[in-house]
Design a protein around this ligand. Structure first.
Ligand SMILES: [Mg+2]
Length: 492
């Protein structure tokens, strides 16, 4: 384009509204035009209602521990360690391990029980093994609800190895024991009764949440709730969460449709009917006639939601925190648009920004190292060719003594560089989580969780109220994806 044309194409208006803070942005895998979205659905737990995961998971852990004690297991001395594991890690039922995998399924970090494996031990175990989540061997930690489960699994593996659990249990059976016990604790009501009795202790309120939903409603979008929680739990938790902003107004008025016990993920591909919940005691009746705003429905399926609103899947945005049950299935089967809520991202983006200057320096040093390694490899090739009487590569002296001398210089330069790189690389790998590093990275690559998200979540963000910054009229464009040959093409 000629210079004049270029000038004419540039905007003469300086943007006057700053972008939202980096940690509060909505990040886009696939282009999303909010104007073409006509209904927005929400999960409740860890989506509309955000829990203090340390407080919640500590209670979940305590209930599971009590069940295991009642079953005669020697777990009285165990304590919940919220920082032991993280969302996105994978349990290995075969070996009693917890692993982090990259997007190809290659294991980059591992712990046996609660003990982290060093690099050599991990390589010995996993150099020929790939994490394929379709195999029953692997259990993906999908949500923040997984933290207590993973912790107690690791601790039970330690006890099993110490010979304290009896012969009938093994690594595989321990996964089921922990999972079944956790489900029991969630279902029996005592755990949830504790949360309902003292929500202040467990729920982290977001003052911008209600305005975010109002903005969407006032822009003409239908809002619905589709939660797996029961009505007797949903009602007090939603009331508590919305009351500070709504005052005496009823939170139910924000939604055009409310579905509890939705049984996601089968909600998205099943054909279960809806029943209407008539009162707090759980009295129900079959649905007769059109669905009504303000009524409470149980069960049902995604097709009924689409029919009720008269919309295609592509006109619905569903927002949830469960990588599989909320976004994988809804996008894969219903072709709904999806937003994944990842609260950990907030802390991680802030940490990454603090580290940004050092990260750039690290990348510069890695680039220098690659150049030095390239020269070393070329000089070794020159020595090999001289040995076999062939011509040495261009720009390289044809003298073995000069080549050896230069190789010595390069080796010591590389060693000096490594000494500078190692601590920086270690710090870079501790962003987000001291042991497991950033949620969406595994080493230099994308993590398995990042792969799940890029496949199934159109956008991801740290909390629902970040949609306020996006606005009901926003247009998110996917960034130009990076490719390994980008740097070469850009002249580096
Ligand atoms: Mg949830």
């Amino acid at each position: 384009m000629p210079a004049d044309g270029m000038k004419a194409a540039m905007s003469t208006v300086t943007p006057a509204v700053p972008p939202p803070p980096p940690e509060r942005r909505v990040f886009c895998n696939r282009t999303l035009n909010m104007r073409s979205i006509r209904a927005v659905g929400f999960d409740m737990d860890y989506t509309l209602v955000h829990y203090d995961e340390r407080a919640w998971e500590a209670r979940a852990y305590a209930h599971v521990q009590q069940h295991l004690l009642d079953a005669g297991l020697p777990v009285a001395g165990l304590r919940f360690r919220p920082d032991l594991f993280a969302r996105g890690l994978v349990l290995d039922r075969a070996l009693g391990n917890v692993v982090k995998a990259n997007r190809f399924g290659y294991v980059t970090q591992a712990a046996h029980g609660t003990q982290l494996l060093d690099h050599e031990a991990q390589r010995r175990v996993y150099s020929q093994v790939w994490v394929d989540l379709s195999e029953p061997r692997w259990v993906f930690l999908n949500t923040l609800f997984s933290l207590s489960e993973a912790c107690i699994y690791g601790q039970l593996v330690d006890l099993l190895d110490a010979g304290e659990l009896g012969r009938e249990l093994d690594y595989d059976k321990l996964v089921d024991l922990v999972g079944d016990t956790m489900n029991k604790a969630h279902l029996e009501g005592r755990l949830k009764a504790e949360i309902i009795a003292d929500p202040q202790r467990f729920v982290d309120l977001d003052p911008l949440l209600v305005q975010t939903l109002l903005d969407l409603r006032q822009a003409g979008k239908k809002l619905f709730l589709a939660t797996n929680s029961e009505w007797h739990y949903t009602k007090p938790m939603m009331a508590w969460t919305f009351a500070p902003s709504l005052g005496s107004a009823d939170w139910k008025g924000l939604f055009d449709l409310i579905v509890v016990q939705a049984k996601k993920p089968s909600f998205f591909d099943g054909n279960a009917p809806l029943t209407e919940v008539l009162d707090d005691a759980g009295t129900e009746r079959p649905v007769d006639g059109p669905l009504r705003a303000g009524a409470i429905y149980r069960g049902g399926n995604a097709q009924l939601v689409q029919e009720h609103f008269g919309l295609d899947g592509a006109e619905i945005l569903y927002v949830g925190d469960h990588v599989y049950a909320d976004v994988h299935v809804s996008s894969q089967i219903r072709r709904w648009r999806t937003a994944l809520v990842l609260r950990e991202l907030e802390h991680e983006v802030v940490q990454e920004r603090t580290f940004a200057a050092e990260q750039r320096e690290l990348e510069t040093l890695m680039h220098e190292k690659a150049l030095l390694e390239h020269e070393q490899a070329t000089l070794r090739l020159a020595l090999q060719r001289l040995e076999h009487g062939a011509a040495v590569p261009l720009d390289v002296p044809a003298s073995p003594s000069l080549l050896h001398e230069r190789l010595r210089v390069l080796r010591s330069a590389t060693e000096a560089l490594d000494l500078r790189i190692a601590p920086m690389a270690r710090r870079s790998g501790q962003i987000g989580h001291e042991h497991w590093g950033p949620l969406l990275r595994a080493g230099n690559d994308k993590s398995r969780l990042a792969r799940q998200i890029e496949r199934h979540a159109d956008v991801y963000t740290s909390r629902v109220s970040n949609l306020m910054h996006l606005t009901p009229f926003g247009y998110l464009r996917a960034a130009r994806g990076s490719l390994p040959h980008d740097e070469a093409a850009m002249g580096r």
